[in-house]
Design a protein around this ligand. Sequence first.
Ligand SMILES: Nc1ncnc2c1ncn2[C@@H]1O[C@H](COP(=O)(O)OP(=O)(O)O)[C@@H](O)[C@H]1O
Ligand SMILES: [Mg+2]
Length: 292
Amino acid sequence: MTAPLSAAVRDRPPPAIAEKVIEVRDLTKRYGGNVVHEHLDFDVRRGEIVSIVGGSGSGKTTLVRQILGLEQPTSGDISLFGENMSTIDPHAARLMRSRVGMLFQQGALFSSLSVFDNIAQPLRELGRVPRALLHDIVMLKLEMVGLPCKHASKMPAALSGGMVKRVGIARALALEPELLFLDEPTAGLDPQSSEEFVELVATLHRALGLTVVMVTHDLDTMTSLSTRVAVIADRKVLVAAPIEEACGVEHPFIREFFLGRRGRRALQALPPERRAKLPPAALASASAEVSL
Ligand SMILES: Nc1ncnc2c1ncn2[C@@H]1O[C@H](COP(=O)(O)OP(=O)(O)O)[C@@H](O)[C@H]1O
Ligand SMILES: [Mg+2]
């Protein structure tokens, strides 16, 4: 379904990795006595696709929510496009929100609104988009995510899981953001839909020069898309590096996640020049039931 755009950008180089667009410094986040983040540092550069991985409850969603300004840090600094989020004025904060798109894990779409109205909602909030233009923008976004226009009048309940995610992306892209956040985008999708979703993100990354930050448990999605992977453990970002480097860091979570049987199998999908850099433990036969 994504054939036209994906074919058009297939031979294009991926966007160049450029300046830092996210800088998180010495972040601490507490909920009462629950310390979620402590002395956490995290950077993302323009043009990257960074996957955030970590155990359940390790603070992946909380980190994203703080970067988006939906949740306040207990201490520490977060900058977005070079602007410190704790000292930013309300007008600049509003502009900032249009530079960032987000696909949340839950409640991807408003169930009472049609596909068209879901995608149009961020544009209507701007309050000054003429009807005809609004229509054209929504149709363009639908096409961009590989959905035929005939789906515009459908309600979310009539869509497959994969289509709901596509519409969610179309809505996240409505204001043409430079930075896209995805929280567990392939959770609950069947393998075929997950693969199509990966292709869509790769296509949008190339076509729009998007920077993507993605929380994921899905080893295959992470392996095929990430320029770097950030591992959250022990309340901080333990390592943020290309997968072949990150998986060599000595830590129980990393060993279990990357070097278990499923992890090793997923790592085989890396291109040969990157596979050659994997640590020996990642190369042990992925089909053998070895306990590590
Ligand atoms: N609004 C909140 N109030 C209190 N505790 C919260 C809140 N949001 C998240 N937490 C806690 O913070 C920790 C990290 O949660 P979360 O970021 O959702 O983890 P993850 O996305 O890695 O599974 C968990 O212990 C969770 O219970
Ligand atoms: Mg989460």
